[in-house]
Ligand binder design. Structure first.
Ligand SMILES: C[S@@+](CC[C@H](N)C(=O)[O-])C[C@H]1O[C@@H](n2cnc3c(N)ncnc32)[C@H](O)[C@@H]1O
Length: 272
């Protein structure tokens, strides 16, 4: 990381291409932890209850080396974009979507306890046929494009700056169509993390920050705190899951002609 003396380093201060996907996946997702199981159950039930009858397009923003948010959208989508910024994670995802590792079977096992999911007899093949990987930044997402979406441990884990965190949440929500179901997960009170020898940032947020960010954007939002049996690492205080539907009246990025600066200022003002 450059600028390591800064109190509030921004997203572009970090070396995202040095993110080691194998190491991160091994550390975080080799085994199915009780907190991830709880999150899987929450998002499985949320999507089962709220997804439209006809298939939609889905997006997982900042997918990184985690396939379970994407797997949770599998029954409801005919196209899923895994949207990721870092070169190393993009390469990892492109390999994994062809035929993912058996370690992800445990995660699918929780999802397929619901009939909507168990209808899919070969999730590996289904993922390979409908998923694609796109490289890009969350801050460049187009508006109102996808019919459902997930964003796991991204907005609070890409910057040290609270406004940039809020903007990232707003960009995620703004990329979804009115009425779209979504699920987003956050590390609570995180002070940053390391993957191998590389340091990555975080903003120490709690459930109120998350709820505030979604205020006015979503018709319903539910935040749930998920505690751990054993911490993944030092320097955080559990996980937060937000589930909801994008409001039909959401006017977050309402004007096509709006300058990015104006839209950003409005978004930050309303989430304070
Ligand atoms: C803590 S990891 C989370 C990865 C994965 N979603 C998960 O659930 O474990 C943060 C992710 O955000 C991605 N990221 C960092 N900056 C980004 C940006 N500007 N736009 C989109 N993704 C970004 C990183 O490359 C990394 O994959």
């Amino acid at each position: 990381m450059s600028g390591s003396t800064s109190q509030r380093a921004l997203n572009d201060a970090y070396e995202w291409d040095r993110f080691n996907p194998e190491s991160y996946q091994q550390h975080n997702y080799r085994d199915l932890r009780s907190d991830d199981r709880e999150i899987l159950e929450i998002i499985r039930d949320h999507f089962t209850a709220t997804a439209p009858d006809a298939p939609v397009t889905g997006i997982d923003v900042g997918a990184g080396p985690n396939l379970y948010p994407t797997l949770s959208m599998l029954p409801f989508c005919d196209d899923i974009e895994l949207y990721e910024y870092s070169n190393s994670n993009v390469e990892w995802l492109r390999e994994q979507i062809k035929a993912y590792d058996h370690s992800w079977d445990k995660f699918w096992g929780v999802l397929e306890q619901s009939p909507e999911y168990s209808k899919i007899t070969d999730p590996r093949q289904r993922l390979a046929s409908i998923a694609r990987v796109t490289q890009g930044s969350i801050f460049d997402l187009p508006r109102r494009r996808w019919g459902m979406g997930t964003m796991f441990f991204v907005a609070e884990s890409l910057t040290q700056d609270m406004d940039e965190f809020r903007l990232a949440v707003a960009k995620f929500a703004g990329a979804l169509l009115p009425g779209a179901p979504f699920a987003a997960a956050f590390m609570k009170e995180s002070h940053g993390y390391r993957v191998d020898d590389t340091a990555f940032p975080a903003v120490a947020i709690n459930s109120s920050h998350v709820a505030q960010c979604f205020q006015g954007i979503t018709s319903e939002v539910l935040t749930t705190e998920v505690t751990f049996e054993h911490p993944l690492r030092d320097g955080y205080d559990g996980m937060i899951v937000a589930t909801g539907l994008i409001s039909a009246a959401s006017d977050l990025w309402r004007d096509d002609e709006d300058s990015a600066q104006t839209a950003t200022a409005r978004c930050l003002a309303r989430s304070r």
